[in-house]
Design a binder for this molecule. Structure first.
Ligand code: ADP
Ligand code: MG
Length: 252
C-alpha cells in the first residue's frame, strides 16, 4: 500500500502558481528526500499533504484514505472534518522553526498533543514521552524549558513531540536549516535512526550528504514541478536534467 499518493496537485496563491501538477507516491518505510531551489514549492507541497494548505486541484490519499479529490463537478472536495483530521494525524511534521511551546517544559511539550488531542491519560503518556526523549538523547532535559536549550536540542524535542502522536509518516521541512552547522549532526542522527527503524519519511532538505546516504529516492523540484526523481546515485552522480545539474553544481 502507498502511504502517500498525491496526484496532479495544483496550488496557487492568488496569481502565483506554486504547484503545477505535482504527483508523488511514497511507500511504507521509504525515505524520500525533496531537494530544489528556494521558492520551488517544497514547503507548500508538504503543507498541502497535511492540510495546512488546501489544494486547488488534484488528489491526496494517505494510507489509502482520500483526503482530497475532485468531486462530480470537478471541484476539490475534502473529506469531512473529523475524518480529515484523523487522516492528517497519521502524519507528524517537523518544521524549520521548532515551534515549541515556550511556557512548557520539554516533557510537557512532548505530552501536550497526546493529552489534548487524543485524550490519553497523563500516567500512560509520560513513560512513552520519556522513552522518546531518551531516544533523541534528551531525557536529562525533561524538566528544562525550551529557552535553555540549543537549537539542535530544540529540534530533537520537536521530533520527539511529533513522534508522541505515533504517526505512520513523518514530514520534515528543512529541519536543520535554522541551525548552526555544528548542531545539524545531532538532528540528522536522530532522523537517520528513525529511517533505520523504517519510519516512512518525506524530507525537504539541503543536506545533500544526508539525502545521498539516507534517502531511498531523491526528488528534484523546481518551479512547482518534479523535474527529476531517482535513486541518490542517479540524482547526485548522473543527473539527467540540466536544471538538476545546475542546482547541484550550485550546492557544491
Ligand atoms: P520552498 O519551500 O521550495 O522554498 P515555498 O513552498 O515556501 O517554496 O514557496 C513557493 C512560493 O509560494 C514562493 O514564491 C512563496 O513566496 C509563495 N508562497 C508560499 N506560501 C505563501 C502564502 N501563504 N501566500 C502567498 N505566497 C506564498
Ligand atoms: Mg521551504
Amino acid at each position: 500500500m502507498q502511504m502517500i499518493r498525491a496526484r496532479d496537485i495544483h496550488k496557487s496563491f492568488h496569481k502565483l502558481e506554486v504547484l503545477r501538477g505535482l504527483s508523488l507516491e511514497v511507500s511504507k518505510g521509504e525515505v524520500v528526500a525533496i531537494i530544489g531551489p528556494s521558492g520551488s514549492g517544497k514547503s507548500t507541497f508538504l503543507r498541502c499533504l497535511n492540510r495546512l494548505e488546501t489544494i486547488d486541484r488534484g488528489t491526496i490519499e494517505i494510507e489509502g484514505e482520500v483526503l482530497a479529490a475532485p468531486g462530480p463537478d470537478g471541484k476539490t472536495r475534502y473529506a469531512p472534518e473529523e475524518q480529515a483530521r484523523r487522516i492528517c494525524r497519521k502524519m507528524g511534521m517537523v518544521f524549520q522553526q521548532f515551534n515549541l511551546f515556550p511556557h512548557l517544559t520539554v516533557l510537557e511539550n512532548v505530552i501536550e498533543a497526546p493529552l489534548v488531542v487524543k485524550g490519553v491519560k497523563r500516567e500512560d503518556i509520560v513513560p512513552e514521552a520519556e522513552e522518546l526523549l531518551r531516544k533523541v538523547g534528551l531525557l536529562d532535559k525533561r524538566d528544562s524549558y525550551p529557552s535553555r536549550l540549543s537549537g539542535g536540542q530544540k529540534q530533537r524535542v520537536a521530533i520527539a513531540r511529533a513522534l508522541a502522536m505515533k504517526p505512520d509518516i513523518m514530514l520534515f521541512d528543512e529541519p536543520t536549516s535554522a541551525l548552526d552547522p555544528e548542531l545539524t549532526g545531532e538532528v540528522l542522527r536522530a532522523m537517520r535512526q528513525l529511517a533505520e527503524e523504517h519510519m516512512t519519511m518525506l524530507v525537504v532538505t539541503h543536506e545533500m550528504a544526508f539525502a545521498r546516504e539516507v534517502a531511498n529516492r531523491v526528488i528534484f523540484m523546481d518551479k512547482g514541478e518534479i523535474i527529476e526523481a531517482g535513486t541518490p546515485t542517479e540524482i547526485f552522480s548522473r543527473p539527467s536534467h540540466p536544471r538538476t545539474q545546475a542546482f547541484l553544481n550550485n550546492m557544491l
